[in-house]
Design a protein around this ligand. Structure first.
Ligand SMILES: [Zn+2]
Length: 70
């Protein structure tokens, strides 16, 4: 495993790992599954949205929260 010397990157990694542990979804880090609900992300969606972490419904809910925060 590569040494991660970027503090914010490491912090992000911890957050992601903590989140995936909370959801009992060890596959979430690779983004094959939704980070929020744990549903498997269809290959078509992963290809269409590189680096996507959420399924369509969770992404929609997240974007709604982002809008309401502004
Ligand atoms: Zn989801």
């Amino acid at each position: 495993m590569d040494i991660i010397d970027n503090a914010s990157e490491l912090e992000e990694l911890h957050r992601t790992a903590a989140l995936s542990r909370a959801r009992l979804n060890v596959h979430a880090i690779s983004a094959t599954h939704c980070q929020t609900c744990g549903d498997e992300l269809p290959e078509a969606r992963r290809k269409a949205i590189p680096g996507c972490q959420l399924c369509a419904s969770c992404k929609g809910a997240e974007e709604l929260r982002e809008k309401m925060r502004q």
